[in-house]
Design a protein. Structure first.
Ligand SMILES: Cc1cc2nc3c(=O)[nH]c(=O)nc-3n(C[C@H](O)[C@H](O)[C@H](O)COP(=O)(O)OP(=O)(O)OC[C@H]3O[C@@H](n4cnc5c(N)ncnc54)[C@H](O)[C@@H]3O)c2cc1C
Length: 81
């Protein structure tokens, strides 16, 4: 049996952020995600500037940028965003 003070259910942005912050504050936790891997379907095209500031503070900004789409528009020419 695993004994942890916090159980985080769901490894989406909310759960992953909570898990990361709990770790930063030295609070043990266990994150349970029902899926075995990351989703194959995109769930965000962009992040708010404040979100990127948080990612930078947490030391994961570069990894988030590398995992994202190119900064240039990816929709077809003439299409509206
Ligand atoms: C097509 C699309 C485009 C989007 N574009 C943007 C964007 O550009 N910018 C933006 O900010 N947001 C965007 N969003 C919204 C953003 O993806 C959501 O706001 C965000 O994912 C919500 O995060 P969350 O952690 O609350 O939930 P989720 O991302 O839904 O994560 C919940 C997780 O919990 C897991 N789970 C659920 N039930 C259980 C269970 N019983 N046991 C274990 N695990 C469980 C799920 O598998 C999932 O991984 C977009 C969403 C979609 C679908």
């Amino acid at each position: 049996m695993i004994d942890v003070p916090v159980l985080v259910v769901g490894g989406g942005p909310a759960g992953m952020s909570l898990s990361l912050l709990l770790d930063r504050f030295g609070i043990p936790s266990l994150l349970a995600e029902r899926r075995a891997s990351t989703t194959t379907h995109p769930k965000a095209r962009g992040c708010h500037a404040r979100t990127m500031e948080q990612f930078r503070v947490w030391g994961i900004e570069d990894r988030v940028r590398r995992a994202g789409l190119p900064q240039e528009p990816t929709w077809p020419a003439g299409a509206r965003a």
